[in-house]
Design a protein around this ligand. Structure first.
Ligand SMILES: O=C[C@H](O)COP(=O)(O)O
Length: 258
């Protein structure tokens, strides 16, 4: 089962809609100059909500092959949920991906596995591909419990989700101690957990489903470390934070295989 590599740029709380317009255009031009084949490596940006309409406009107007999505969504469909953004609103803006359960949301917004599961179901119902984020903190890593901890998050996120939907979603393993620190995980660290995630999906569902699900690594990915991580058999791409805010750098990451 060939899995198309995915490089997703999580801009976090950076760039207003004017800056978003500039970055998306520069990224598109840079990749065009590199003769990038999006069928070989999928490229997606996840801007702040306020930028999505602008990104949709530039992608549609210039017929860009860059995908885009959101960094979160509500577990509700609509109604009295001040400040929340629904799956249907994201769908109306052409979003094709949505990050769910990022460690920064689990930490700062106390998001539980149950909430991540509910949000994942909403994304699937709307036809938006979830990028479900999991990963351990430094204390768990130091205790050597990264695999069991992360697999518990995976199980919680996938509860009562059908195999065909799991086959088409994305899981991003992002060790919290590697996020924004420059302390990128070794390829072996990434493979250990990404491989365990694939085995867990095979156990929960079946091997065909497990072989279809794309599993990304995230945490201080840069153009000078991505290739060795991508060489690992169960790593299908990267969820990139800081490095995705620079068109040249993110384009080099997307072009990890030369
Ligand atoms: O979503 C992206 C991850 O949090 C990684 O961020 P980073 O590349 O800045 O370490």
């Amino acid at each position: 089962m060939a899995r198309t590599p995915l490089m997703a740029g999580n801009w976090k709380m950076n760039l207003d809609h004017l800056e978003a317009n500039q970055l998306v255009q520069k990224l598109a031009w840079t990749l065009k100059d590199m003769k990038h084949d999006y069928g070989q490596v999928e490229v997606v940006v996840l801007p702040p909500f306020t930028d999505l309409r602008t990104v949709q406009t530039v992608v549609d107007a210039d017929k860009l092959e860059i995908g885009y999505g959101a960094q979160d969504l509500s577990a509700q469909d609509s109604g009295a949920y001040t400040g929340e953004i629904s799956a249907s609103m994201l769908k109306a803006l052409g979003a094709t991906y949505v990050a769910i359960g990022h460690s920064e949301r689990r930490e700062y917004h106390n998001e539980s596995d149950e909430l991540v599961n509910a949000k994942t179901k909403k994304a699937i119902a709307a036809g938006i591909t979830p990028i479900v984020c999991v990963g351990e903190g430094l204390d768990i890593r130091k205790a050597g419990d990264q695999v069991s901890y992360t697999l518990a998050q995976v199980e919680g996120a996938l509860k009562d989700i059908a195999a065909e939907n799991v086959a088409n979603l994305v899981i991003a393993y992002e060790p919290v101690w590697a996020i924004g620190t420059g302390e990128v995980a070794t390829p072996a660290d990434a493979q250990e957990v990404c491989g365990a995630i694939r085995e867990k999906i095979a156990e929960l569902y079946d091997q065909e489903t497990a072989d279809s699900t794309r599993i990304l690594y995230g945490g201080s990915v840069k153009s000078d470390n991505v290739a060795e991580i991508m060489a690992e058999k169960d790593v299908d791409g990267a969820l990139v934070g800081g490095a995705s805010l620079k068109a040249d750098e993110f384009a080099k990451i997307a072009r990890y295989n030369g």
